[in-house]
Design a protein around this ligand. Sequence first.
Ligand code: KIV
Ligand code: ZN
Length: 408
Amino acid sequence: MSSKKEKIIIFDTTLRDGEQSPGASMTIDEKVQMAHQLKNLGVDVIEAGFPVISEGDFLAVRQIAEEVQGPTICALARAVDKDIEAAAMAVEPATNKRIHVFIATSDIHMEHKLKMTPEQVILKAVSAVKKAKQYVNDIEFSAEDAARSDLSFLVQVIEAVIDAGATTVNIPDTVGYATPAEFGELIGELKSRVRNIGKAILSVHCHNDLGLATANSLSAIANGARQIECTVNGIGERSGNCALEEVVMALKTRQDKFSVETGIETRQLVNSSRMVESITGINVQPNKAIVGRNSFAHEAGIHQHGVIAKRETYEIMRAEDVGFASNEIVLGKHSGKHAIKLWLEKNNIQLNEQETIALSHRVKALSDIQKSVSDEDVFKLLDQQADSPKKEERVPEEATQYLGGRRW
Ligand code: KIV
Ligand code: ZN
């Protein structure tokens, strides 16, 4: 019996929260180029910018709204009239448009930053939603620092903004403080306590200060959230936001745990990641989940042997499904003769068993003195081996001392 999976809305904020990463500012053309790629990636909502902050951001959002058809184009606004007016004007040309208004609801933010009472915050939130509703129907409201807000107050705010016309209510963990069980429980509580929650989509926006943004987002989904706010490569304020590629691939790979689906074309993940790297100059670390250059690369002999025999021994996803050309067997000091054999096969080179083992010794010796071994290096080693076939038998004296005479 097949049951229909619920859709998770992917709200991409690479061009807004992502752009707020120090050093990640983008030109208008770069934002537009990235927005086209986000459309190819299949995101549902593109948060294109924060129009009131600069003329450039206003123009970028406006051009994206004119050019990028398909996804909903969203603009951010504080709960103040001039922000909402700028956001409305910027998204106006889009076929599907959204205004996203926010105000903080935690005690610390209300007291020290806004210098407002909780009652004033509710009034301001409601009037901002009503104002935005004069321009578009699709209104998102965010309770900034929701994860550190008083629960009863948060319930009150959310009920009021939904009554005022908010169609999505977003629960940010603005400072990345929550833990997965706690954040999931918060979403569950809101689902059961907010009287009119059925009239809005419940969304989450998790920051990664403790490295928990993806885990918190998944926990929120398990407890009823249906929109995830995220960025390509996880870029964003401080340690960044929930990484789009991580949450999407977790949902796809662990369908046994999450009976939901996204509209993401996962084979565009690597392209999208590379575009964010080249536009922002911020590169992902090699071991970055999903899109890191080592994500599908194997250097250890035991792993290489396993993957060559059956890929699933050490891979839970297919490299091709996220947009790599293939997985990779990397030659190095941990690799064994299975990897060498595969390399020889790929390069149409025939060696007998002894020669193969000899070549593997040479590869290991070379990778003791340099970080990686390229194809070019192996070709050179092969030439050396042809010139002096016995050389591989010689083990440096210092090494034999430590190895008790063993040859590696
Ligand atoms: O982190 C945050 O609270 C935000 C809001 C504007 C949604 O980015
Ligand atoms: Zn944020």
